[in-house]
Write a protein that binds this ligand. Structure first.
Ligand SMILES: Cc1ncc(COP(=O)(O)O)c(C=O)c1O
Length: 434
């Protein structure tokens, strides 16, 4: 296509994309986020919310308010800050619970994802002679695998024997839900735990947590979930799905900034179980008597009992800027827009790139969140080159070894025009058809 023909083709599509944005009730939310700019001062095209969400404009004021309270009140801020630090984590519970589909007492803001995973494994991976294996997906996020293998070793067992990694069928990239169920049933009483992602980080596949939980419970084992790529991305219903526990980070779709405070949930039915061991610290002690410094640990009611330390206020403050935006938009409306944006991205790529690109992520909207994972036809080096060329053109997405480019249009701040421009640039940068 000549340069003139290409720009005419883009212009006619832009009309359509802009009309979608004009009709989008959520479009104004974009102005509530800081859009990063390139060296030339122009806004970047940001498709990396699956890695680090954009900064809500209000985050700076939230952090500054805490610094001011610290300067003004010092230790008195624990009680007298505009949002007293003692109860800071608890204040986040209702909004987090809404996003997790849990009851407020079932969630807790604390630590970061991998730490939370280890803490919850301490309680929910209780191997015994006959039941000591863990099922995880092949190609799981490295940190999850490290956590699980180290737990198995910690209990004196061999990860090479007890960590079962389920791969897709030969020639397939995605794991079929019926294969997960069949594997759980086949492993049966060997399994102490199934640990599964809500959305797989590399492929973008969204899993049915309820079916996985049901299959796990049918063989008498626990089901836990890594929601790093799920919370704030897709609606969740952890309570009704009966998930035993879940962990997440807040710097991706929750937009709380690098290293932000993470979260965890524990199902209500486990909350009163005093027999279940846990690793304890003073912040998990019942808040009513915590400062009496009793020798005996009295767990707080709720998932807060798994907290160890007093919360990091500066890494929690940005969540107070971000979470209200979800409430304002409504998760159902965000999901509707997300499905439309991602479907638009998928259809543009399919049309414009043709056989030069494979979309690894499922085509069915019910089996994916925002993210699309792309594989460039040819060698992995061509995929890496594409990602580098996109970065040079101001399109921010990421590269996951060995061969995947990941892009996520995020409904809180991405537009149809973004998607069109991003897909257009990407397809311009692909190796030309012969
Ligand atoms: C799927 C998944 N699990 C775990 C982690 C680890 O998170 P953290 O460094 O907060 O422990 C990440 C981080 O990106 C992730 O994407």
């Amino acid at each position: 296509m000549s340069a003139h023909a290409a720009s005419t083709a883009l212009a006619s599509r832009l009309d359509w994309a802009r009309a979608q944005d004009a009709a989008d009730a959520l479009a104004p939310l974009r102005r509530r986020f800081a859009m990063p700019r390139g060296a030339d001062g122009q806004p970047l095209q940001y498709f990396c919310g699956h890695s680090l969400g954009l900064a809500p404009i209000a985050a700076r004021a939230m952090i500054e308010a805490e610094v001011e309270d610290w300067e003004r009140l010092a230790v008195l801020g624990h009680e007298q800050a505009h949002s007293p630090w003692i109860g800071y984590a608890e204040q986040l519970q209702p909004a987090l619970a809404a996003l997790a589909g849990a009851q407020p007492q079932e969630v807790v803001a604390m630590n970061s994802l991998s730490v939370n995973l280890q803490l919850l494994l301490a309680s929910f991976y209780r191997p015994a002679e006959a039941r000591r294996a863990i099922l995880i997906e092949a190609g799981a996020f490295s940190s999850d695998r490290h956590a699980l293998a180290s737990q198995i070793g910690w209990h004196g067992y061999d990860p090479a024997l007890e960590l079962i990694e389920l791969a897709p069928r030969a020639g397939e990239e995605l794991i079929r839900i019926e294969d997960i169920e069949a594997c759980i049933a086949a492993q049966g009483s060997r399994l102490a735990l199934v640990l599964w992602p809500g959305v797989q980080y590399r492929t973008g596949q969204l899993f049915d947590l309820r079916r996985i939980t049901r299959a796990a419970h049918a063989v008498g084992c626990n089901a836990g979930f890594d929601l790093a790529h799920s919370i704030g991305n897709v609606p969740l219903s952890l309570h009704d799905d009966d998930a035993d526990f879940a962990v997440w980070c807040s710097y991706k779709y929750l937009n709380a900034g690098p290293g932000a405070i993470g979260g965890a949930s524990v199902h209500e039915r486990h909350l009163q179980d005093r027999a279940r061991p846990r690793l304890a610290g003073w912040w998990g002690h019942d808040a009513r008597t915590r400062f009496e410094m009793p020798a005996e640990f009295m767990p707080a009611a709720g998932a807060a009992a798994w907290a160890l330390s007093n919360p990091p206020i500066f890494s929690a403050a940005p969540l107070r800027a971000s979470l209200p935006l979800f409430a304002e938009a409504g998760m159902a409306a965000l999901r509707r827009k997300s499905i439309a944006l991602t479907a638009y991205l998928a259809s543009l790529l399919t049309e414009l790139a043709g056989e030069r690109l494979t979309i690894v992520t499922p085509a069915e909207p019910a089996q994916r969140g925002c993210q699309l994972s792309l594989r460039v036809t040819g060698s992995p080096a061509q995929g890496l080159a594409l990602w580098q060329a996109l970065s040079a053109r101001g399109v921010v997405c990421d590269w996951r070894e060995p061969n995947t480019v990941r892009l996520a249009p995020v409904p809180l701040y991405n537009s149809f025009e973004d998607v069109l421009r991003g897909a257009w640039t990407l397809c311009e940068l692909l190796p030309q058809r012969r």
